[in-house]
Design a protein around this ligand. Structure first.
Ligand SMILES: O=C(O)C(=O)C[C@H](O)[C@H](O)CO
Length: 403
């Protein structure tokens, strides 16, 4: 049996912070797992190093399910955004090890490929509609079949999703949280003209997506969904906060625009009602924040029963280790919908050499045994952790709201 001999936490910041778990076995085979929780990275690093790693030593690395249950049930304190990325990192690293021992890419262990590749969506954004459309055309030229559109809102100094760079978007940028100002009224007026212009410029074959980033009330989201129906969006994401899952009933009553939610979910319980009542069309839970491949597969199987497809989160704060795992998952899962792909910087890619690649709008995890992603520890050590926070949001009268 491949006995676990070490579990080390590597914190590195090649352009942004990442927390990686490296599990080593007696035979010298190791596996990697992503444990990055944007803006709260060190909490997960400590949870892993101080509380999880000591329990792993000596265990059989092949017993993925048993170790998952041990860490979930054994902590007594279940779920949560710190615990679940820690469990996810262990789980992902164990799938990596199993694949390496078997000499097979992880997607083969998950049942094999269900499709030729994983359709991904790129991020087009700009300060104005014209700039956003211009960027979207660049994505289309590169072969993207699906593009997320985010544009600046007239009258607001900054808004979610609008970056300084055409390809790289990094919202966590300050030593202390940056304060933004938000107006739902101004925003609601700005999105329909964006979609109208996008359909005109990009045609009707392109899948067009949009992220509300939890900023609307359910009835406002219902109105936006209705206003966008003529432009047939692929989805409206994170319409409203989903702690109260019943909120989505109100949105559903008012629009047929497909809904996606779940990037902040960390377990199947966050989505139970949403899925059972078919209040959403796509579940955004992902490998790192929702308990690893083992738990994500459980969520996807449950979603499949209710016609909900996957649409995993894939922002830059999810490391290439998570991206690789997401692609193995996306290639194999029967009810795959789409995968987000926000490309990493060259510095990040150099620290995490990987086998996955993009062609004609689809990504493939590659056929290396395991996940097909590694970490250059020497290079990683050159990038020290830098504290960074996500921004916060206030309404124009100063009231705190969702970012
Ligand atoms: O990718 C998305 O849809 C996001 O909303 C990105 C999030 O803001 C980001 O992952 C927060 O860390």
């Amino acid at each position: 049996m491949p006995r676990i001999t070490a579990a080390r936490v590597i914190v590195t910041s090649p352009g942004r912070n990442f927390v990686t778990l490296k599990i080593e076995t007696e035979a010298g085979i190791y596996g990697l797992g992503d444990a990055t929780l944007n803006g709260r990275e060190l909490a997960v690093a400590s949870y892993l190093a101080d509380h999880v790693a000591p329990c792993l030593i000596g265990r059989d690395a092949h017993r993925i399910e048993d170790i998952w249950q041990f860490l979930y049930k054994g902590a007594y304190w279940r779920r949560g955004p710190v615990t679940m990325p820690a469990i996810a990192a262990v789980d992902t690293a164990l799938w990596d090890i199993k694949g390496k021992i078997a000499g097979l890419p992880v997607y083969q262990l998950l049942g094999g490929a269900s499709r030729e590749g994983v359709m991904v969506y790129g991020h087009a954004n700009g300060r104005t509609i014209e700039e956003t459309i211009d960027n979207a055309l660049h994505y289309q030229e590169q072969g993207y079949k699906a593009i997320r559109l985010q544009s600046g809102v007239p009258g607001l100094a900054s808004t979610y999703g609008v970056s300084k760079d055409r390809y790289f978007y990094e919202p966590a940028d300050a030593d202390l949280p940056t304060e933004n100002v938000w107006s739902s009224e101004k925003y609601l007026r700005s999105v329909p003209p964006l979609f109208e212009a996008a359909r005109e410029a990009l045609g009707w074959d392109a899948h067009l997506l949009h992220d509300i980033h939890h900023r609307l009330t359910p009835i406002e989201a219902g109105r936006l969904g209705k206003d966008l129906e003529p432009y047939r969006p692929f989805w409206l994401e994170d319409a409203t906060p989903a702690e109260n899952q019943a909120n989505f009933r109100l949105i559903r009553q008012h629009t047929t625009t497909p809904l996606a939610v779940g990037e902040v979910f960390n377990s199947i319980w966050d989505a139970k009602q949403l899925i059972e009542e078919q209040l959403i069309d796509y579940i955004r839970a992902t490998v790192v924040h929702a308990g690893g491949l083992t738990h994500l597969r459980r969520i996807a199987s449950f979603a499949d029963l209710h016609n909900v497809r996957t649409g995993c989160h894939g922002a830059t704060d999810l490391s290439p280790v998570c991206m690789a795992a997401a692609l193995h998952f996306g290639l194999s899962v029967p009810n795959f919908g789409i995968q987000e792909y926000m490309r990493h910087t060259a510095e990040t890619d150099a620290v995490f050499p990987h086998a996955y690649g993009f062609a004609d709008g689809l990504m493939h995890p590659g056929d290396q045994p395991g996940l097909g992603v590694d970490i250059d520890e020497e290079l990683a050590a050159r990038y020290e952790y830098k504290r960074a926070y996500l921004p916060v949001n206030r309404l124009q009268d100063g009231t705190m709201t969702n970012w």
